[in-house]
Design a protein around this ligand. Structure first.
Ligand code: GDP
Length: 408
């Protein structure tokens, strides 16, 4: 399996390594419906071939496909982001040698398919791939390029993949992770990014393909950049993201928050943030704070009023209906950052999602109003994701984006 030249596994045969912890509960947020709305919208918009995700084959789960050359870092990325493996331990991971399917314990129940890039799936004399099964339902193809290695072959493979996909599945976002940039200087990173971008764009325009949805991210598992990149990838798959952002922007405006994020707690991917400019430092603070709370909850499980997060960590299904969860109990926390005296707060939205915000100095005195506003936004978020009952979302898009917040 080391060099990955064996006959690849059939994608339909399921995982080939020990399955990750599965956690499926009836109360899980049902974002498949959001995904289905997006699918129908795409189909209507440009007649693209977007198969029905509810077929037994795909079971309605949005799918991310992780591809790239052997040793580019695919297994490491999915282990670090989705299974909390410390980056240094990826040194001992087995390289991706066959197609691996990984269902995630995340708010969206994504599937990540770790796909060895050295297999030419479009022209393989030994094996015929079911292209619809591989690409039919994916929202984004993440192509990992090792920036510390000679990447010409990887770029050539990527180019031919994009060209094939453009013909049959033009709706798929192509996200290029220029990976392992931790060992490189800032200038060198940008040079590589420029070089890869030009090589791809030139090839595409030579082939007459304009405006292909290709995006580039500089990533490393040794810092937050990999989480940030995944956040960007996933946000593009959320229809009506603008409404979520508007909710957070309103919250920041009325409560004078510096920055607010909606986190998927298990992966530390942020699903949405407010409209103020991106700020890696704020994301890092909030993301580390989520880690602290998770660790704290692990040790002092009963500290959380609802015990939801402790139960999640221990793998106990949370069987209560969503309405009851939200109505009665939640986990919340706050602390003051020693450096800038800015308080930071966290509020659980459901067992996958948490609202985390950096407040301004002195905000603690205004906590009663702030809490009222957070209650309203949490309710709005719950309605946003509770799409099993879309008719009950009152006020339509405007109503949700501007819930009745109290001005601070
Ligand atoms: P795969 O074959 O694409 O699945 O690659 P692996 O995940 O097995 O990774 C190959 C090697 O790259 C491992 O030794 C990892 O520790 C290393 N690696 C992965 N990501 C990074 C990164 O961001 N920075 C550095 N420096 N090494 C990485």
């Amino acid at each position: 399996a080391e060099d990955g030249d064996d006959v690849p596994a059939d994608p339909s045969t399921g995982p080939t390594r020990p399955p990750p912890i599965r956690y499926i509960s009836p109360a899980a947020l049902n974002l498949h419906h959001v995904y289905e709305q997006n699918r129908q919208r795409l189909q209507k918009k440009d007649g693209a071939k977007v198969p029905d995700p509810t077929t037994p084959q795909t079971k309605g789960k949005p799918r991310l496909l992780l591809m790239g050359q052997r040793r580019s870092g695919k297994s490491s990325i999915s282990s670090v982001v989705f299974h909390k493996l410390p980056p240094s331990e990826t040194l001992f991971l087995e390289s991706t040698a066959r197609i691996q399917k990984d269902s995630l314990n995340s708010f969206m129940e994504f599937q990540v398919w770790d796909f060895p890039g050295q297999i030419d799936i479009f022209d393989n004399p030994n094996f015929t791939f079911d292209m619809d099964a591989i690409f039919g339902e994916i929202g984004a193809l993440i192509w990992v390029i090792d920036a510390q290695d000679d990447y010409l072959e990887a770029v050539a493979r990527l180019n031919s993949t994009i060209l094939h996909l453009q013909r049959s599945y033009p709706h798929i976002n192509i996200e290029v992770f220029i990976h392992k940039v931790d060992g490189l200087s800032d200038d060198y990173r940008l040079d590589i990014q420029r070089d890869v971008t030009i090589r791809i764009q030139d090839e595409l325009s030579d082939q007459g393909v304009e405006n292909a949805p290709v995006n580039f991210h500089l990533t490393s598992i040794y810092n937050h950049s990999i989480f940030e990149a995944f956040s960007k990838v996933i946000q593009k798959l959320i229809p009506r993201l603008g409404q979520l952002e508007a909710m957070l922007t309103n919250l920041c405006r009325t409560c004078r928050f510096e920055k607010a994020y909606l986190f998927d707690v298990n992966t530390k991917i942020y699903i949405a943030t407010d409209s103020t400019p991106e700020d890696m430092a704020s994301y890092e603070i909030c993301s580390d704070y989520v880690d602290v709370i998770i660790d704290f909850t692990e040790v002092y499980g009963s500290w959380s009023r609802s015990d939801q997060w402790r139960e999640r960590l221990e793998g106990e299904p949370w069987a209560q209906p969503l309405d009851e969860q939200v109505a009665c109990e939640w986990a919340e926390s706050g602390m003051v950052l020693a450096d800038a005296r800015r308080p930071i707060m966290l509020r659980e939205v459901d067992r996958f999602l948490a609202l985390v915000a950096i407040m301004k100095e002195g905000s603690y005195e205004k906590m009663p109003q702030i809490n009222m506003n957070i209650d309203v936004v949490v309710k709005g978020l719950t309605e946003f994701f509770e799409i099993t009952k879309p008719k009950e979302v009152v006020g339509g898009p405007q109503g949700l984006a501007s819930p009745g917040l109290v001005q601070e």
